[in-house]
Each structure stands twice: as structure tokens, then as C-alpha cells.
Design a protein. Sequence first.
Length: 223
Amino acid sequence: MDTSRPIRVLLADDHEVVRLGLKSLLSRYPDLEVVAEAATGEEAVQKALELIPDIVIMDVRMPGGSGIEACREIRSANDNINVIMLTSYADQEALESSILAGAAGYVLKEIGSDDLVQNIRKAHAGEKILLPEQISDAVSGIKKRFEQMRKASELTEQEEKILSLLAEGKTNKQIAQEIFLSEKTVRNYVSNILTKLGLSNRAEAAAYAVRRSFSVISKDWDI
């Protein structure tokens, strides 16, 4: 790590006012230098790989590819570039996906200026800036996600179809009518699905199916 020059920072956020605020804040510190800004995920990747900043401060949700996907692309291409995910609100799935994408940290936008600057310096030094509770929660969540994926591979074709209908909010009776089974048979299928996926109720099963479908489309939660 070269300590003779400022830490070079790329700001990636789709809100100009946020970028201006961060740039103004970081300009107060002589050891930090904002070298570029990006308003989309694609632009963040392009500028990061072109300019090779030390740190990218990345909004989690941006147009043109999510911040998490952009983080993954940047880290895959050059793992010397450290990425700090910045978000307006806590989101367990986004936290887990950020860690899997190789982010050095996951912080809320309400963070104090001194803490943010210290996090940038720590990330530049190669330190992970995740809180112990964030790491613990993320590890548990990631393990659960992998286990659910493993169990989902054990679902039969019929169970997969019923799971997708659950995600559409259909009742057992409606599902039974659609796939020409008795309501009791559908109820048994739902029970088997819950057992295989380790879920408590049909609402959890529907939420799981929606998340899984979304991950295929967006790749935001691709693990």
C-alpha cells in the first residue's frame, strides 16, 4: 500500500446530491481524493476498471445494474479495488449478497462523517469493516440460503409447480383446480414442500419462491 499519495475514491450513487455531499465531505481530508463519480452500476464498473481507484463507495441499488452486481464485477476483475456498500436502510439479503460479492463493508448512509472516513482508511488498509453482528447474521443467512437451495433441488416437478403457484398467492383450492388434483392432495404437497425447505408456513414458501425467481432475473442474489 502506497502511503505517499492520497487514497483514490470513486463515488457511485444515482443521486447527484448524495455524490456532491460525499465529495464535499471527503475533500476536507488531505489523504482522500475523489477521482471520479458514477450514476449507474455500468458506469461504476467502467470507471473503476479504467481508473483503478483504491476505494469505491457504492450505493446498493442503482440503475444500469445493481451496486451489488457492480461490486462483484469490479472485484472479479481487480481484487485490489476495495468496495464499500452504502445504503439508506438495513437489508439482510443485501448484506449477505454484498459479502458474497466481495465488499469490504456495508454501511448505512446515516453513518457519521468521521466513521465513514475511518472506514475508508481501514478498507484501504485491507481490513474488513463489517460489524461482528453483521458478520454473524450474514453467515447464518448465507448458510440458510445454501441449505434451501440444496433442499430445493430435491423438489419434484409437481412440487416445483405448486411452489410457483403459491408465489402467485393462490389458495390450495385454486391450485387444486388449476392442476386437477384434490384439495387434500395439494395440502399434502404443500406440507412436503415446507418440510423440504425448512419453512414454517405457506407465506414463507411464497416469499422464498419470489426471491428465488427474482434472483434468476436480476442476478442480484446470485450465489
